[in-house]
Design a protein around this ligand. Structure first.
Ligand SMILES: O=C(O)CCC(=O)C(=O)O
Ligand SMILES: [Fe+2]
Length: 191
Protein backbone atom coordinates (compact mmCIF):
# COMPACT_ATOMS: atom_id res chain seq x y z
CA UNK A 1 0.00 0.00 0.00
CA UNK A 2 1.48 3.27 -1.08
CA UNK A 3 0.88 5.27 2.12
CA UNK A 4 2.96 2.81 4.10
CA UNK A 5 5.77 2.95 1.58
CA UNK A 6 5.66 6.74 1.68
CA UNK A 7 5.99 6.68 5.47
CA UNK A 8 8.98 4.38 5.17
CA UNK A 9 10.70 6.55 2.59
CA UNK A 10 10.22 9.58 4.82
CA UNK A 11 11.69 7.70 7.78
CA UNK A 12 8.65 8.19 9.97
CA UNK A 13 8.25 6.14 13.11
CA UNK A 14 5.36 6.96 15.41
CA UNK A 15 3.18 9.33 13.52
CA UNK A 16 -0.26 10.75 13.56
CA UNK A 17 -1.33 12.49 10.40
CA UNK A 18 -4.68 14.25 10.25
CA UNK A 19 -6.64 15.62 7.37
CA UNK A 20 -9.90 17.59 7.36
CA UNK A 21 -12.17 18.73 4.59
CA UNK A 22 -11.89 17.17 1.18
CA UNK A 23 -10.24 13.81 1.58
CA UNK A 24 -7.44 12.77 -0.76
CA UNK A 25 -8.60 10.62 -3.68
CA UNK A 26 -7.38 7.35 -2.15
CA UNK A 27 -9.29 8.07 1.08
CA UNK A 28 -12.45 8.88 -0.84
CA UNK A 29 -12.01 5.56 -2.64
CA UNK A 30 -11.53 3.84 0.71
CA UNK A 31 -14.71 5.51 2.04
CA UNK A 32 -16.56 4.32 -1.08
CA UNK A 33 -15.27 0.82 -0.45
CA UNK A 34 -16.53 0.98 3.14
CA UNK A 35 -19.94 2.03 1.81
CA UNK A 36 -19.93 -0.79 -0.76
CA UNK A 37 -18.91 -3.42 1.77
CA UNK A 38 -21.65 -2.34 4.14
CA UNK A 39 -24.23 -2.05 1.38
CA UNK A 40 -23.52 -5.53 0.10
CA UNK A 41 -23.08 -7.02 3.55
CA UNK A 42 -26.16 -9.13 2.92
CA UNK A 43 -23.95 -11.32 0.81
CA UNK A 44 -21.47 -11.88 3.60
CA UNK A 45 -23.82 -11.77 6.57
CA UNK A 46 -23.24 -15.40 7.33
CA UNK A 47 -19.54 -14.70 7.91
CA UNK A 48 -19.75 -11.54 9.96
CA UNK A 49 -21.26 -10.70 13.27
CA UNK A 50 -23.95 -8.21 12.35
CA UNK A 51 -25.42 -6.01 15.03
CA UNK A 52 -29.19 -5.91 15.31
CA UNK A 53 -30.94 -2.67 14.52
CA UNK A 54 -32.70 -0.61 17.15
CA UNK A 55 -36.09 -2.04 16.25
CA UNK A 56 -34.70 -5.56 16.07
CA UNK A 57 -36.35 -6.15 12.68
CA UNK A 58 -33.34 -5.66 10.44
CA UNK A 59 -29.66 -6.23 10.87
CA UNK A 60 -27.00 -4.00 9.44
CA UNK A 61 -23.40 -2.96 9.86
CA UNK A 62 -24.20 0.77 9.57
CA UNK A 63 -27.64 2.37 9.77
CA UNK A 64 -28.72 3.65 6.37
CA UNK A 65 -29.06 7.27 7.53
CA UNK A 66 -25.31 7.20 8.23
CA UNK A 67 -24.37 5.09 5.24
CA UNK A 68 -25.96 7.43 2.71
CA UNK A 69 -24.96 10.78 4.23
CA UNK A 70 -22.77 12.99 2.05
CA UNK A 71 -19.93 12.94 2.46
CA UNK A 72 -19.73 9.69 4.36
CA UNK A 73 -16.53 10.95 6.02
CA UNK A 74 -14.64 14.24 5.92
CA UNK A 75 -11.83 13.67 8.40
CA UNK A 76 -9.00 11.23 8.32
CA UNK A 77 -6.35 10.18 10.83
CA UNK A 78 -3.51 7.83 10.08
CA UNK A 79 -1.85 6.41 13.17
CA UNK A 80 1.46 4.62 12.89
CA UNK A 81 2.38 2.57 15.95
CA UNK A 82 5.69 0.91 16.67
CA UNK A 83 5.68 -2.42 18.57
CA UNK A 84 4.56 -1.76 22.15
CA UNK A 85 2.66 1.40 21.23
CA UNK A 86 -1.12 1.57 21.28
CA UNK A 87 -3.96 3.84 22.23
CA UNK A 88 -5.55 4.33 25.68
CA UNK A 89 -9.22 3.63 26.34
CA UNK A 90 -11.34 6.47 24.97
CA UNK A 91 -14.57 7.46 23.33
CA UNK A 92 -13.94 9.52 20.20
CA UNK A 93 -14.54 13.24 20.63
CA UNK A 94 -18.12 14.51 20.44
CA UNK A 95 -17.11 16.90 17.66
CA UNK A 96 -17.37 13.89 15.40
CA UNK A 97 -20.71 12.56 14.28
CA UNK A 98 -21.89 9.05 14.88
CA UNK A 99 -20.51 6.45 12.47
CA UNK A 100 -16.75 5.90 12.57
CA UNK A 101 -14.68 3.49 10.48
CA UNK A 102 -11.19 2.19 11.28
CA UNK A 103 -9.12 0.18 8.82
CA UNK A 104 -6.45 -1.81 10.62
CA UNK A 105 -3.26 -2.59 8.73
CA UNK A 106 0.02 -4.47 9.24
CA UNK A 107 0.38 -6.01 12.70
CA UNK A 108 -2.61 -7.93 14.01
CA UNK A 109 -3.79 -6.70 17.38
CA UNK A 110 -6.52 -6.99 19.96
CA UNK A 111 -8.76 -3.98 20.44
CA UNK A 112 -10.64 -3.99 23.74
CA UNK A 113 -14.05 -2.46 24.28
CA UNK A 114 -15.26 -1.50 27.77
CA UNK A 115 -18.45 0.21 28.90
CA UNK A 116 -18.31 3.93 29.65
CA UNK A 117 -20.88 3.50 32.41
CA UNK A 118 -19.70 1.35 35.27
CA UNK A 119 -23.25 0.27 36.16
CA UNK A 120 -23.97 -1.10 32.72
CA UNK A 121 -24.57 -4.60 33.98
CA UNK A 122 -22.79 -7.87 33.49
CA UNK A 123 -21.25 -8.08 30.06
CA UNK A 124 -19.12 -11.18 29.97
CA UNK A 125 -18.79 -14.30 32.06
CA UNK A 126 -15.36 -13.13 33.21
CA UNK A 127 -16.83 -9.88 34.44
CA UNK A 128 -19.49 -11.52 36.55
CA UNK A 129 -19.78 -9.64 39.81
CA UNK A 130 -17.62 -6.82 38.52
CA UNK A 131 -18.99 -5.24 35.37
CA UNK A 132 -16.50 -2.38 35.83
CA UNK A 133 -13.78 -4.69 34.64
CA UNK A 134 -15.58 -6.06 31.61
CA UNK A 135 -13.50 -5.84 28.50
CA UNK A 136 -14.55 -7.29 25.21
CA UNK A 137 -11.60 -8.31 23.04
CA UNK A 138 -11.83 -7.96 19.27
CA UNK A 139 -9.10 -9.48 17.14
CA UNK A 140 -8.02 -7.30 14.21
CA UNK A 141 -6.02 -8.78 11.37
CA UNK A 142 -4.46 -6.75 8.53
CA UNK A 143 -7.31 -5.26 6.54
CA UNK A 144 -9.92 -5.56 9.30
CA UNK A 145 -12.61 -2.91 9.25
CA UNK A 146 -14.05 -1.66 12.54
CA UNK A 147 -17.38 0.15 12.31
CA UNK A 148 -18.55 2.04 15.39
CA UNK A 149 -21.96 3.62 15.68
CA UNK A 150 -24.70 4.05 18.27
CA UNK A 151 -23.82 2.29 21.50
CA UNK A 152 -20.42 1.15 20.28
CA UNK A 153 -19.51 4.75 19.45
CA UNK A 154 -21.02 6.50 22.52
CA UNK A 155 -21.32 3.96 25.34
CA UNK A 156 -18.18 1.90 24.85
CA UNK A 157 -14.55 2.93 25.06
CA UNK A 158 -12.02 1.33 22.75
CA UNK A 159 -8.32 0.80 23.37
CA UNK A 160 -5.32 -1.09 22.07
CA UNK A 161 -2.80 -1.88 24.77
CA UNK A 162 0.35 -3.16 23.07
CA UNK A 163 2.51 -3.12 26.19
CA UNK A 164 4.19 -6.47 26.87
CA UNK A 165 1.73 -9.09 28.12
CA UNK A 166 -1.46 -7.37 26.94
CA UNK A 167 -1.68 -8.59 23.35
CA UNK A 168 -2.81 -12.17 23.59
CA UNK A 169 -5.23 -14.08 21.43
CA UNK A 170 -6.33 -17.63 22.14
CA UNK A 171 -3.73 -17.84 24.87
CA UNK A 172 -0.81 -16.87 22.64
CA UNK A 173 1.16 -13.63 22.48
CA UNK A 174 0.59 -11.78 19.24
CA UNK A 175 3.79 -11.10 17.34
CA UNK A 176 4.09 -7.33 17.58
CA UNK A 177 5.07 -5.51 14.46
CA UNK A 178 4.49 -2.00 13.28
CA UNK A 179 0.81 -1.24 12.97
CA UNK A 180 -1.00 1.39 10.97
CA UNK A 181 -4.61 2.40 11.24
CA UNK A 182 -6.75 4.69 9.14
CA UNK A 183 -9.67 6.27 10.96
CA UNK A 184 -12.45 7.89 8.96
CA UNK A 185 -14.95 10.18 10.68
CA UNK A 186 -17.35 13.01 9.95
CA UNK A 187 -17.14 16.31 11.78
CA UNK A 188 -20.32 17.69 13.36
CA UNK A 189 -21.33 20.80 11.49
CA UNK A 190 -23.27 23.48 13.31
CA UNK A 191 -26.54 24.13 11.47
O1 LIG B 1 -5.47 2.71 15.90
C1 LIG B 1 -6.64 2.36 16.04
O2 LIG B 1 -7.10 1.34 15.56
C2 LIG B 1 -7.59 3.22 16.85
C3 LIG B 1 -7.50 4.67 16.52
C4 LIG B 1 -8.49 5.45 17.31
O3 LIG B 1 -9.21 4.92 18.11
C5 LIG B 1 -8.61 6.89 17.13
O4 LIG B 1 -7.83 7.49 16.36
O5 LIG B 1 -9.49 7.49 17.77
FE1 LIG C 1 -10.81 6.15 18.73
Amino acid sequence: MFILEAFELLGFHSVQAMRFGDLPVWATELANLVREVVHFSDYVSEFVDIAASDDGKNAYLFPSKLLWREPLFDQLIINLYQPGEGICAHVDLMRFEDGIAIVSLESSCVMHFSRVESDAGIITKESEGDPHKAKIPVFLTPGSLVLMWGEARYLWKHEINRKPGFQKWEGKDIDQKRRTSITLRKLCHSE
